[in-house]
Write a protein of this length. Sequence first.
Length: 458
Amino acid sequence: MNTDTAQRLARRHADLLVRRGMAITPNGVECIDIACRSGMIVALGDLERIWSAETVLNASGLHILPGVIDSQVHFREPGLTHKEDLEAGTRGAVLGGVTAVFEMPNTQPLTLSALDLKAKLEAAQGRAWCDHAFYIGGSAVNAEMLGELELLPGCAGVKVFMGSSFGDLLADDEEVLRNILRHGRRRLAVHAEDEARLRERKPLVEESGDVVQHPVWRDELSALLATQRIVRLAAETGRRLHVLHVSTADEMAFLAGHKQRVTVEVTPHHLTLQAPECYERLGSLAQMNPPVRDRHHQDGLWQAIRNGIVDVIGSDHAPHTLEEKTRSYPQSPSGMTGVQTLLPVMLDHVRAGRLTLQRLVDLTSAGPARIFGLESKGRIALGFDADLSLVDLEAHRVIANDWIASRSGWTPYDGLAVYGWPIHTIIRGNIVLRDEALVGTPIGQPLRFLEPPLAQPA
Ligand code: DOR
């Protein structure tokens, strides 16, 4: 064999060949083989006769999504690891078909500095099962430094809590918000509930002690006022914005007029659970900020998915222990697990005809990659990272607490039967979940982002 032939043959040897799955590519749904080498997708098509591989994974009967990216999780490390930690949180991600996560800054200590970020990145090394990035919290104390902090490797950007939720991170003062918005260029992620209105209305629930009142306390106007305010300030300061977990039809109607600057997240729980039934059935396990609301608002969220206002689905995985959750309301903390159930719950919605599989991929892979400028992620295409979530759309399973990897060990969907289940998860060409079982060791790496564009004032 001459050197030329040897080289040509060598080029056609892959580390992993995923055979005959129905892949969701930018072209649509295609039955193809996917060759992965050195962590990347190196060939697509009918590859059997041209490519050999160390490992061959038969994907016939399965659908292959670009790796699911969950751009909102709370993994509680450091400081609150009795609720969750980076190992268990990312293990749940991989079991649920999620290949990358952005983690939130309301840990203890809060993630406010380069040192806090470094500590999280170090804690994740060798313990995270999936790729990851960490948000820096935006507050009065670090506002002036955010422009530099947001560009540190492994940083997902800046997150601001406009209304108190869980933890001490809060920025509700107009000047502080302006200062945060002026420092930095990346898309700013925001939890939009109006703090003044929340404080004013809290006595409503302190008297009743009834969790059914949660969406009455933190009502639709609390959400709308904060969203309108931050969108106005973002326009004034020329900053791009990402409004997390939008929960009302009213906000969607408003946000439709601001898509040039503002991107939108919805969560599976706002799309799936419904007030008042969920509170009657689950009590404070259904308690979340912003709250799960009634049918009218849920219909508004689905409508916003159909008409393109929504850019991403994030889980807002926010675990608390069952002991903490069963404290009497409103002492019970808000939050529920979600990273592991995001994909099965959403695949069941696909089955029910509420959205297409192509649209789901747009919301859970392409969307987060596009709006946050993720390098090499979010689509099944040559040169992209070989991150793949292989699912069986026909698998009929019951979600159960004992499947949940989270340290908190529960899900609001315990007992829910769904169609659609993650079978294999592949990260940068490594099979980390095979036949629903974890394989290997945690290989998660920090995510890389593209340079943010220059801000343009309105
Ligand atoms: O209900 C919530 N809990 N919403 C949030 O945004 C924060 C979260 C938490 O960290 O527990």
